[in-house]
Ligand binder design. Structure first.
Ligand SMILES: [Zn+2]
Length: 256
């Protein structure tokens, strides 16, 4: 039994869930603009759900119990995932951000600290691998822009709840599609996968958009190519290498 190392401020307000039939393998991070109360209204309207909402002050709303499947990822895919959605094998966390994560200051220290505590607890409880902590835009690149290029992934790494790439390690391939697929991206629309990658690993290539409705309706720009092609390819090679190494390391850890 692992005790929850944080306080829940509001518990289980929505009835949209089903029983789990698969183990929990992924954590999917989302962002929401409104307060938890406003967010609950939206979820309720569409009859969808999430496991946790964390507000700007770091307060936690537990919407659906962890042992139930919540409806947060929609059509989504990641390397090795089964079926049409990651809902069945994931926990969804929504983090409040006033501008949908467009800038670093969009997220508060209080909320990110709580996100890290929550993820550390879930990793330990369900033996979730650090390469399976993903953003909604990673697993649904054509449909979703959250948690945005401002989400501080590196802080999660600093809190030891994520792994990161090393600049010295890279796969010496120039095949963009192959590299994106090694990481886990669905490349059926390559521009979308490319943009989702940049959101997370090369945010300086991503345009800041203040018109949130536009952003939601247009999660990625059509015909997107990074300005700095050389840096993009180098970063892609480093990140692909990191994911490959992490999977090998975990394979050894979980199978020996
Ligand atoms: Zn989302």
């Amino acid at each position: 039994m692992i005790n929850r190392p944080f306080k829940i401020d509001f518990e289980h307000p929505l009835p949209y869930f089903r029983d789990r039939t698969e183990p929990i393998k992924y954590i999917i991070i989302h962002c929401s603009r409104g307060t938890p109360e406003q967010q609950l209204e939206i979820l309720n309207e569409y009859k969808i759900s999430v496991h946790y909402i964390i507000d700007l002050k770091g307060k936690v709303t537990a919407v659906v119990p962890e042992d139930k499947v919540a409806y947060h990822a929609g059509l989504s895919r990641w390397k090795g995932s089964q079926g049409e959605s990651l809902n069945g094998s994931s926990i969804g966390i929504e983090v409040q951000s006033l501008d949908m994560g467009q800038r670093h200051k969009s997220y508060t220290t209080a909320s990110i600290t709580k996100v890290c505590i929550l993820i550390a607890y879930l990793i330990k409880k369900y033996k979730i691998r650090r390469e399976n902590i993903l953003g909604h835009s990673d697993v649904a690149p054509t449909r979703k822009p959250d948690p945005g290029a401002g989400f501080p992934w590196r802080k999660l790494y600093n809190h030891d709840v994520l792994f990161w790439y090393h600049k010295s390690m890279r796969i010496k391939s120039n095949d963009e599609k192959e590299l994106l697929e090694i990481i886990g991206y669905d490349t059926s629309v390559i521009e979308a996968a490319r943009y989702a990658f940049c959101r997370r690993f090369l945010p300086e290539e991503v345009e800041v958009i203040d018109d949130i409705q536009y952003l939601v309706d247009n999660p990625y720009p059509l015909n997107f190519t990074p300005k700095n092609q050389e840096l993009y390819m180098l970063r892609l090679q480093c990140v692909a290498s990191a994911f490959e190494e992490e999977r090998k390391r975990n394979y050894w850890f979980f199978n020996n």
